[in-house]
Design a protein around this ligand. Sequence first.
Ligand code: SF4
Length: 323
Amino acid sequence: MKAIALFSGGLDSTLAAKLIIDQGIEVIACNINTGFGSTKDRLAHMKNMCEQIGAEFRSVDIRDEYIREVLFTPKYGYGKNFNPCIDCHAKMFEVAKRVMEEWGASFLISGEVLGQRPMSQNSESLQKVLNLSNCEGLLLRPLSAKALTPTIPETEGWVDREKLENINGRNRERQMELAEQFGLKDYEAPGGGCLLTDENFSNKIRDFIAHDTFSVEDIPTLKYGRQLRLPEGAKLIIGRNAEDNAVLEAIENSKFIHIRTELVGPHAMLSRTATDNDKTLAAKLVLAYCKAGFEGEQTLMFGDEELTAVSDLSRNDAQKYFI
Ligand code: SF4
């Protein structure tokens, strides 16, 4: 008997998987990559949690499908920011059901807790997710199972319902007790949760789609650097630190050109369709973020094209273009 666990690396999804593993069932912990979640740290954390509970870790990339089918057209709308949580959950279960069949598993589990998140984890929302994803009966939520309708794995006797939990609400005491009982270590997930719940990131997406069509290759261009929208519509991205600069430098995206200079300064990117005025402004703004100690006209490379500009703007001037 094999089950697929929807896995985020958080304590709840870890405990849900462990409760099923302890019933002698093989669990594959499946993290679904929407493009807006896991950082490198979180990936390492998920693998660590899986090692501790004896689950196999796998990740499934649905970024393209997510952008096409969920992000901009959620049937149940958005949460506080750009987070289409109900449709997103449903998509994850739909994908999990697909891999369940491919990987020869018999049912799905998730770490959802009834009443934990007032909007997305009340019983009505949990049911909507089942309806949307077509997983009715196959999805077991071990942490709240006793408060929910029995699922196929319970009625068929694959899982002993009596050994599952009856957690309801936001109090985390029972989860802490279970973590202690299972001897889990370092279970606090590092930052890097879902970016769609972040107000600033949501504004960046809104700005992007107001000017261009959005696709998978555009995701990294929203995650790194200072983001500026110039008066004639071009987008300028200026690295904030060595990490940003390294990531931006490596991005290959047909909508952008790279801006390079011999000076000590940030890596930057600009919309390929930028007008001459926006290009000149971009050059001045990039120079404003270069280390002082130069004078007069400076030459920058905009892709293969040379552009000469005078550094007469300050970092304060840049702020009015921030998204
Ligand atoms: S928080 Fe993000 S990943 Fe989680 S359900 Fe909502 S949109 Fe999906």
